[in-house]
Design a protein around this ligand. Structure first.
Ligand code: SAM
Ligand code: SF4
Length: 312
């Protein structure tokens, strides 16, 4: 699938629930999501159909996300369905808390890549940012994933001024000790978390120069830097180093809306097309043609859907 700027769309991020067992302050409001909407959430069969049609259209990589994907009822059935479809890469983004329960299911269903979100190595900060999460649970999740033998386990932290911007070296050390890549992601603006996030953005560039880091490589959207002693840390900087020109992804939310760009307040309903595969396929083509050339994050209104309602 090509968009109207010639970018090949090969990567689908499929959100399978907007529910979550944490309440990260930069992601969603204190009350989480609105339960009454849940009759609109896609069934396992509908999620499978959407994945299948994207695969037929040339999508090679599928990342399951949420909300917290591992709280989705029927996750194990969906995982096996996705394996049967035959994507080149099956990946998941999770807060890690339920990995001890599901790591084997993921491995048996052909998932090869696991990203675990972890914003602090300090239990009090972690508890505060996640509104009650237990750091030990997330660490246990990471250890379980490492033991389970996935091709890649990565740790993602959202970079926040005054919260974790003083701990990038500690994270680099943690990554080296565990044998995982740690990447900091620049904080992105969402209406639901605006009051928490408004004064916490700090660009990756400030930290790379403060710590005298050297750029040693790039891997997709991630730029890897080395500290003077050789320890490495990754930065994903959608604001200060836009990667829109290489964007190969689209998103589908758990209520069946397709989004071309995380920062565009535009969504396309796929639910009316779910009883006709050809019509769904044509609709996806139409939507992809509208993918914008570039995001305008921090320049236009913040995304009105919370991140946990889109899927990161
Ligand atoms: N619950 C899973 C998790 O936390 O990994 C998957 C869903 S979560 C929405 C996906 C990713 O989005 C997480 O890595 C999270 O840190 C990131 N995220 C959420 N809100 C964000 C924001 N305002 N800015 C940057 N990243 C954000
Ligand atoms: Fe839940 Fe992930 Fe959002 Fe945190 S970032 S509230 S774990 S969906």
């Amino acid at each position: 699938m090509l968009d109207s700027y010639g970018r090949k769309i090969e990567y689908l991020r499929l959100s399978i629930t907007d529910l979550c067992n944490l309440r990260c302050k930069y992601c969603m409001g204190e009350d989480g999501v609105c339960k009454k909407d849940h009759r609109h959430i896609l069934t396992i069969e509908e999620l499978t159909l959407i994945a299948q049609v994207f695969h037929q259209k040339g999508v090679k990589k599928l990342r399951v996300t949420g909300g917290e994907p591992l709280v989705r009822k029927g996750f194990d059935i969906l995982a096996r369905n996705l394996e049967e479809i035959g994507f080149d890469t099956l990946a998941i983004t999770t807060n890690g808390v339920l990995l001890p329960k599901y790591a084997d299911t993921l491995r048996e269903s052909g998932f090869s890549r696991v990203n675990v979100s972890l914003d602090s190595l300090d239990k009090d900060v972690y508890r505060d940012v996640t509104r009650g999460g237990n750091l030990e649970d997330a660490l246990r999740g990471i250890d379980t994933a490492l033991k389970a033998g996935f091709d890649k386990v990565k740790v993602n932290a959202v970079l926040m001024k005054g919260v974790n911007d003083d701990s990038i070296y500690d994270f680099a050390l943690f990554g080296a000790e565990k044998g995982v890549d740690v990447r900091f992601i620049e904080l992105m603006p969402f209406e639901a978390s605006y009051s928490y996030a408004k004064d916490k953005f700090i660009s990756c560039d400030i930290l790379t120069s403060k710590h005298n880091l050297t750029l040693v490589g790039t891997d997709g959207n991630c730029r890897t830097y080395a500290f003077p002693d050789g320890l490495k840390i990754g930065f994903i900087a959608p604001k200060s180093h836009k990667f829109c020109s290489q964007c190969n992804r689209v998103r589908v939310t758990a209520d069946g809306k397709m989004l071309n760009c995380l920062h565009e307040n535009k969504e396309y309903d796929l639910t009316n097309y779910l009883c006709d595969e050809d019509a769904l396929s044509r609709r996806i083509d139409e939507v992809v043609k509208e993918k914008p050339l570039c995001h305008a994050m921090y320049e236009t209104d913040a995304q009105t859907r919370p991140m946990g309602n889109i899927g990161g």
